[in-house]
Design a binder for this molecule. Structure first.
Ligand SMILES: [Zn+2]
Ligand SMILES: [Zn+2]
Length: 363
C-alpha cells in the first residue's frame, strides 16, 4: 500500500495548567527518515499518571504545558525506505521510548536509556513538555513500535502499557505459579493486575470497598472477591488460605493504610509485598527491619516495564488471554474535547477513559 503524505500540522492534547487541558497544533516534519514510521493515531487512554498530572497532584513531576499520553494505539500510514518490520495498514503500539542504540536500550532496559534527551526531565519542544501521544498523527522510529491486533477495538489494545507494567511487576514478584496473590483495590490497575496474575497461573483474591468496583471484580467470574466494607479483609484472606495468609499482596492503591493492611495479609514467613502504585499525597510504610529479617519477608518495588514485559503484554492482549474490557469505562471522548475527558477520568471510581485521536473538530 502507498505511503500517506505527512500532514503539515498535527493536533495534540496538552495540559496547560492545573485542571486545564486543550487541543493544540504544531507543524510536522516534512519527510520521513529511512527508519521512521508515520502513525495515524487512533486511541489514547487516560492513565492515572495523566489525570493526576492534570490535577497537579504529582508534585515532583508537574511541568506545564504538558502534552502527555502513552496508552495509545494507531495504524501505520507511511514507512521510511529502510523500514522492513512494518507496513502500511499494520496496527501498532509503543514498545519503547528509548533510543534503541545505547547499551541500556540494547539490553532491553529502555527506561534507563542513556541518551541525554531520554534521561528524565525532558526539555520542552515548541514550548510543550511530554511525548504528545494524545495526537492525531505522530512519527516513530520502527524500533519503538510493536504490532497489535487489528481485529480488536483500539480502546482495548491501547491497554498495552498498563498491562506491561503489571507483567513487569509479576516478573519482579517472582512467585511460584499457583501462589495466592491478593490484589488490594479493583480500580483500573487493580483489575489489570488481577487479569495478568490470573493469566499467568496464580490464584487471585481481590479486596475492594465500593459497590461499582466490587461488581466489576466479580463480573470477571474467576476472582475471589472480598467486600472490605462488610468483612475484615485481613481475616477474610486468612480464612481463604487456611489461616496461613497470602503468598503475595499487590496493593493497587497508594495509601499508607493499604500498605499496613498488606503487611498483615502476607503469610508469616516468606511473604511478598509488591509496591505497584504511586500514591499522592505520598504514603508512608512502617517497616521493622527485624521483622523483615525474622519473617524473611520481601518488599519489592516495581515501576514501568522493560521491552520483554511489553512483548509479553502484547501477546496476552492480542491473543485475548487478557481482556482489558474489564478495566475500561466504555466511554470515548473526541480529542477536541480532551478537557471533558480529563474531567471524566478524574471522577472517583472511573475505569479507563478513551480519547478518539482522529476527532479533531466537530465535523
Ligand atoms: Zn499508563
Ligand atoms: Zn537508549
Amino acid at each position: 500500500m502507498e505511503n500517506m503524505k505527512i500532514p503539515e500540522v498535527h493536533y495534540f492534547g496538552a495540559i496547560m495548567a492545573p485542571e486545564v487541558a486543550e487541543m493544540h497544533s504544531e507543524p510536522m516534519q516534512e519527510t520521513l527518515g529511512p527508519r521512521e514510521v508515520l502513525v495515524k493515531m487512533l486511541i489514547c487512554n487516560i492513565c492515572t499518571n495523566d489525570y493526576q498530572t492534570w490535577q497537579a497532584k504529582r508534585t515532583s513531576k508537574n511541568k506545564f504545558p504538558m502534552a502527555s499520553g502513552h496508552e495509545w494505539v494507531g495504524d501505520v500510514v507511511a514507512v521510511g525506505e529502510d523500514v522492513k518490520l512494518f507496513q502500511v495498514g499494520d496496527r501498532v503500539g509503543q514498545c519503547s521510548a528509548g533510543c534503541g542504540e545505547c547499551i541500556m536500550c540494547r539490553m532491553g532496559h529502555t527506561e534507563q536509556c542513556m541518551m541525554p534527551k531520554n534521561k528524565g526531565g525532558w526539555a520542552p519542544v515548541n514550548g510543550f513538555y511530554g511525548l504528545r501521544c494524545f495526537s492525531d498523527y505522530k512519527v516513530f522510529r520502527q524500533n519503538q513500535l510493536i504490532k497489535m491486533n487489528k481485529d480488536m477495538p483500539p480502546q482495548l489494545t491501547a491497554f498495552l502499557e498498563p498491562v506491561s507494567t503489571a507483567v513487569a511487576g509479576a516478573r519482579k514478584l517472582n512467585a511460584p505459579k499457583g501462589d495466592t496473590v491478593v490484589i488490594i483495590g479493583a480500580g483500573s490497575m487493580g483489575i489489570v493486575n488481577a487479569l495478568v496474575y490470573h493469566a499467568l497461573g496464580y490464584r487471585v483474591i481481590i479486596t475492594e470497598l465500593t459497590e461499582k468496583k466490587l461488581a466489576r471484580a466479580r463480573s470477571m467470574g474467576w476472582a475471589e472477591v472480598i467486600d472490605s466494607k462488610a468483612v475484615d479483609p485481613v481475616q477474610a484472606v486468612k480464612d481463604l488460605t487456611d489461616g496461613i495468609g497470602a503468598d503475595a499482596v499487590v496493593p493497587c492503591v497508594g495509601l499508607s493504610s493499604v500498605y499496613a493492611q498488606a503487611q498483615q495479609m502476607i503469610k508469616k514467613h516468606d511473604g511478598k509485598i509488591l509496591l505497584f502504585p504511586a500514591g499522592y499525597p505520598e504514603p508512608t510504610m512502617d517497616v521493622d527491619p527485624n521483622e523483615i529479617h525474622y519473617n524473611r519477608a520481601e518488599i519489592i518495588g516495581t515501576y514501568g516495564g522493560e521491552v520483554e514485559d511489553i512483548a509479553l503484554a502484547a501477546k496476552l492482549i492480542n491473543s485475548g488471554v487478557v481482556d482489558p474490557s474489564f478495566a475500561w469505562e466504555g466511554e470515548t471522548f473526541p480529542l477536541y474535547q480532551i478537557q471533558d475527558a480529563y474531567v471524566r477520568a478524574a471522577t472517583p471510581d472511573m475505569y479507563r477513559i478513551s480519547v478518539d485521536l482522529q476527532k479533531v473538530s466537530e465535523d
